[in-house]
Design a protein around this ligand. Structure first.
Ligand code: MEZ
Length: 532
């Protein structure tokens, strides 16, 4: 499976393994990290960004591809919709059927509200499903939410919104309890205690996992709970625009049936945006670990309705995406592989950085090695080695199959036995650190009955997120949004519905001299095949 050049390099990895394993790799100083990020992290590449010319974040920068969508027209400018014909009416409308949306719907239902989920693909087609390595929570004797806060705050470059991060870490143990009671099969030892590991930037072992398909196991249980509660789920139907009322509140959303192309009107007293990430925009031409529908839709819907973004200019590139074989280019190689002991090694067999630096630092170090000729050439670029046989040496024979069975099988499908041979990795677009700005209860600052949860939120993690804090935030902020939306729905009196904000936005685009035939939200990646 490997080329002869790769095989030559593997010999060097093997030759240095014993010595590398005998020496604790050095951690970088804060100054070294800063210099590395500035020189190699994609967030610092000026040509990857463009200025936003309209809306609440006018004058700030965003990735080019996102700016293009923010500068696009609404689909509804050309296709008129009759708001007097209401197809669905509910207390709480949840847009998005991933982990955050499902958690929100479950809690809104629990609080007695009428709730429905609308999702452009199927329930569970979401980044939650793709998450592998685990979910953080400080629930062991040697740990505390304070310690968790300090790790995440430092890892996020001290930029996280304190009220959001505080909620994340304080409510983490209860999130694990809730999931466990829903039926999530966490890894446990013989005494029934949760098995926990480190992630990059954690000072305690607090990563709870379901082998290396933690997100799939969590999503499976959330989906079952939604279906058992008989919460209506409208699948293959996208929200394409929020509806507002004459008091400036949101009043629901215009939906697009993805199969028939028909528009539908959903009226709601509160709306929760839980549309997830943006990996399928392929910022700076990176491959992505994200699911097919990750096209930043919620950011566009909220922004056009007047809700500001926060940290939209900071993106997470997971250090270890598959660099080879090409068939699975960009797929996630869970950080758990490094938690279990695998080192990052360049083509000469040198461990050039500590394997558990935070993600932005680790990704930058890989990009640096490859840029400086220390990467291994692949058909689609280059990569560095992740020395996976170390896991079997450190943890004992069988550790890979037991702890990361999905990863093991994924590579075996391509003739690579990661127990015996290292694997090649390169950063992949994984997560949007930024999103719509919210307060502690999940409400957007600008619109009093519009909430956001999950990856569409900006500010929980600051400018870099630690492993396992995303599966956590979808649960904590999803649950809270559901509870808060249900409560708020009791006091909301809707006025007459309109789409005036769309015309106002179009006028802003015109005033800024932006002429475009493009429409947003994108809904599906640019390379999607549209067959009807
Ligand atoms: O939080 C994540 O992004 C995560 C758990 C990813 C992984 O490496 O498995």
């Amino acid at each position: 499976m490997f080329t002869s050049e790769m095989r030559e390099s593997i010999k060097k990895v093997e030759a240095t393994r014993k010595e590398r394993m005998a020496t604790e790799p050095r951690r970088m100083t804060a100054e070294e990290k800063d210099a590395l990020l500035k020189a190699y992290h994609p967030d610092y590449r000026a040509d990857g960004f463009a200025e936003i010319k309209v809306g609440p974040n006018k004058g700030q920068k965003a990735p080019r591809e996102l700016t293009e969508l923010l500068h696009s027209n609404s689909r509804l400018l050309k296709d008129k919709v009759d708001l007097s014909k209401v197809d669905y009416e509910t207390d709480v409308l949840v847009i998005g059927g991933g982990g955050a949306g499902s958690s929100a719907a479950i809690e809104a239902n629990e609080a007695g509200a009428d709730v429905m989920i609308v999702t452009k693909l199927r329930i569970g087609d979401a980044n939650t499903m793709m998450a592998e390595g685990g979910i953080q929570a400080a629930d062991k004797e040697n740990d505390s939410p304070v310690q968790h806060y300090l790790d995440a705050f430092g890892g996020g470059h001290f930029a996280a919104r304190p009220e959001l991060l505080r909620r994340l870490v304080m409510e983490a143990p209860d999130a694990i309890r809730w999931l466990n009671e829903l039926g999530v099969m966490f890894d446990k030892d013989e005494d029934g205690r949760m098995v926990t590991t480190h992630g990059g930037g954690t000072s305690r072992k607090r990563m709870h996992a379901c082998k290396d398909y933690s997100g799939a196991e969590i999503m499976r249980n959330l989906r079952d709970e939604v279906l058992n509660r008989k919460i209506p789920v409208i699948e293959f139907t996208s929200a394409v625009e929020l509806i507002k009322d004459d008091k400036g509140q949101v009043a629901g959303a215009v939906l697009l049936n993805m199969e028939t192309g028909d528009y539908l009107v959903a009226k709601a007293k509160t709306v929760v945006i839980a549309t997830g990430g943006a990996g399928r925009l392929h910022y700076q031409n990176f491959p992505t670990s994200n699911h097919y529908g990750a096209t930043a839709d919620g950011l566009i819907l909220g922004y056009r309705a007047g809700a500001p973004l926060l940290y939209q200019d900071t993106i997470q590139y997971h250090p270890t995406g598959v660099a080879y074989p090409s068939q699975i280019f960009g797929a996630l190689v869970t950080e758990k592989v490094r938690s279990l002991g695998a080192m990052l090694v360049n083509k000469d067999g040198e461990a050039y950085a500590h394997p558990l630096e935070t993600r932005d630092v680790s990704a930058s170090a890989i990009i640096r090695e490859c840029a400086n000729g220390k990467g291994v050439e692949t058909p689609l670029g280059s990569g560095v080695w992740l020395d996976t046989p170390m896991i079997e040496i450190l943890g004992g024979e069988g550790t890979i199959e037991k702890r990361i069975p999905a990863m093991f099988r994924m590579y075996l499908n391509y003739g690579i036995d990661m127990r015996k041979e290292p694997i090649l990795v390169y950063p992949t677009l994984h997560y949007q650190n930024g999103g719509l700005e919210i307060g502690g209860e999940g409400f957007t600052k600008a619109i009093g009955n519009l909430l956001v949860a999950g990856e569409a939120v900006g500010g929980i993690h600051g400018r870099n997120r630690l492993m396992g804090n995303s599966l956590l935030d979808i649960i904590v902020f999803g649950r809270n949004a559901g509870k808060a939306a249900a409560k708020k729905a009791k006091e909301v009196e809707l006025g007459s519905m309109n789409l005036d904000h769309i015309d106002a936005y179009a006028k802003e685009l015109e005033a800024a001299g932006i002429e475009t035939g493009a429409v947003s939200p994108l809904l599906l990646p640019k390379y999607a095949r549209h067959e009807r």
